[in-house]
Design a protein around this ligand. Structure first.
Ligand code: FMN
Ligand code: SF4
Length: 468
């Protein structure tokens, strides 16, 4: 299989194996209604050619939570319809909303846990999920995705640290799966078998006593039996190891499990891919062909292509890589890898999400709330002097790089190679200096910088500066 081969997911066929996983945008207001900015964000991914676009998490209930989309009432249908139809007009990308239920949190650091829900409240959640998926179908989406990952209600029930002692927990796998099983059964009652419903859940929780791939294989097996049309694997993002900031609600992404969910530049590329491959091979061994997606620093085109070619997974999720450059699919398809605006995993977007501010990418031009429109005619930025004069100066166990401005550059990609290796992109910055804190004394390093236009056109490399 190849990255650009279509894939049938239940009744829908996605045109390629590239997935935009859900990413909250905070482009709506507190009322949770789709805005023009929301529509523009998702239509932009469609224009860029992603196979499957998951719209940011939208709530099935009315609990307060800042600017978050809602699907908890029919009054949200007109906006959702407009969103779905704009994406469909734009390209053949398929579109599903991510549907979420979350428990209450307070600024004191208090949070409602799964064991505080009464049986009546659980029944209500089952109903709310069913009604939300019904609305997704009425709004013209191609399917829906249930959010059972990270710190939210379905995930808290699946968790190995689910504290309930009744039939919805009790430290048994079956108990932990009971809520999502009821949700899936109700969803099917409301929308039938032909409406594709995927489930996103954690391949590992990455918390103390949390589940690992040993159990997520079994969870995946049972979710496939429940009739999930695809399984999208994420990781971590839990309240259990979150650090409380006084006066703020608990943010489930600031502990180690949060690092695994939004892996920063210091974590390896494709860090969850081998776990996903284990799940996939377990499912195949049990006769389940349900498509598997995974996310986590998979924006290097050769990684994405390899995972699909090997059959490790069926779909590659690229969240921040496609936020930075929604045209990633088109550029890879045309062999214009060189023109991709490469995410450097700085996590500015994560910080914006954490403070409920409009989510943008730090590499976009100043003041933009959407990725710049692709324009292949834009001239690549050029260095003003032929000899660029990049300097690299070792200072107290670090190397400090400086270079002059290149007219027309929106950002600069910094590359480093050691004695034997190929150059690796280390960072993408808007300023004209960069500090390398990760060097080993006694080794030789070579650096160069490339200026890039906002639409990704790379200029010529600078001179190579060497440090011994
Ligand atoms: C700004 C932002 C918002 C996110 N919002 C969601 C969300 O609503 N639901 C979800 O399941 N994951 C969410 N994620 C996690 C991503 O879907 C993805 O799993 C994560 O960024 C790792 O993939 P990547 O390395 O390709 O970015 C969000 C990530 C970012 C950067
Ligand atoms: S803000 Fe940073 S981490 Fe987020 S998409 Fe842009 S480059 Fe990537």
């Amino acid at each position: 299989m190849k990255l650009f081969d279509p894939l049938k997911i239940g009744a829908m066929t996605i045109p390629n194996r590239i997935l935009v996983p859900a990413m909250v945008t905070h482009l709506c207001k507190e009322d949770g209604i789709v805005t023009q900015d929301t529509i523009d964000r998702f239509a932009r991914y469609a224009a860029g050619g992603a196979g499957l676009i998951v719209v940011e998490a939208m709530a099935i209930h009315q609990v307060k939570s800042g600017p978050l989309l809602r699907i908890s009432d029919d009054k949200y249908l007109p906006g959702l319809r407009e969103l779905a139809s704009k994406v469909h007009e734009t390209s053949d990308s398929k579109l599903v909303p991510q549907i979420i239920h979350f428990l209450k949190v307070a600024r004191t650091g208090w949070r409602q846990t799964a064991d505080m829900l009464s049986l009546e409240e659980i029944d209500q959640i089952v109903e709310q999920f069913g009604d939300a998926v019904r609305r997704a179908r009425e709004a013209g989406f191609d399917g829906a995705e249930l959010h059972a990952a990270h710190a939210y209600t379905l995930s808290s029930f699946l968790s190995r640290v689910n504290p309930r002692t009744d039939e919805y927990g009790g430290q048994t796998l079956e108990g932990r799966l009971r809520l999502i099983g009821r949700v899936m059964a109700n969803v099917r009652r409301k929308v039938g078998k032909d409406f594709p419903v995927g489930i996103r859940f954690n391949v590992e929780e990455f918390i103390k006593n949390g589940y690992t791939v040993m159990e997520s294989k079994l969870l995946a097996e049972r979710l496939a039996e429940f009739g999930a049309d695809y399984l999208s694997l994420s990781a971590g993002g839990k309240f259990e190891d979150a650090v409380h900031t006084p006066g703020q609600v608990l943010y489930p992404y600031n502990g180690y499990s949060g690092d695994r969910c939004f892996p920063g530049e210091w974590l390896p590329r494709g860090l969850h891919a081998s776990l996903a491959a284990e799940v996939k091979s377990h499912l195949l061994s049990k006769g389940h062909r349900v498509p598997i997606a995974v996310a986590g620093k998979l924006d290097a085109p050769h990684d994405a292509e390899r995972l699909i070619a090997e059959g490790s997974v069926d779909i590659v999720g690229i969240a921040r890589g496609l936020l930075a450059d929604p045209d990633w699919p088109i550029k890879v398809r045309r062999g214009e890898q060189d023109r991709i605006v490469q995410c450097d995993y700085c996590n500015v977007c994560k910080a914006l999400d954490g403070t409920h501010k409009t989510v943008i990418c730090a590499l976009w031009p100043q003041g933009s709330i959407q990725a710049p429109k692709d324009d292949p005619a834009v001239q690549a930025p050029q260095w003003a002097q032929v000899d660029t004069s990049l300097t690299a100066i070792p200072r107290e166990s670090r190397v400090e790089l400086k270079w002059p401005k290149a007219p027309g550059a929106a950002n600069y990609q910094v590359y480093r190679a050691d004695e034997q290796g190929d150059p690796q992109m280390m960072d993408a910055v808007k300023l004209t200096f960069w500090v390398d804190n990760g060097v080993l004394g006694g080794h030789t390093y070579r650096y160069f910088v490339r200026p890039c236009a906002a639409t990704g056109q790379p200029g010529q490399r600078s001179n190579t500066a060497m440090v011994e």
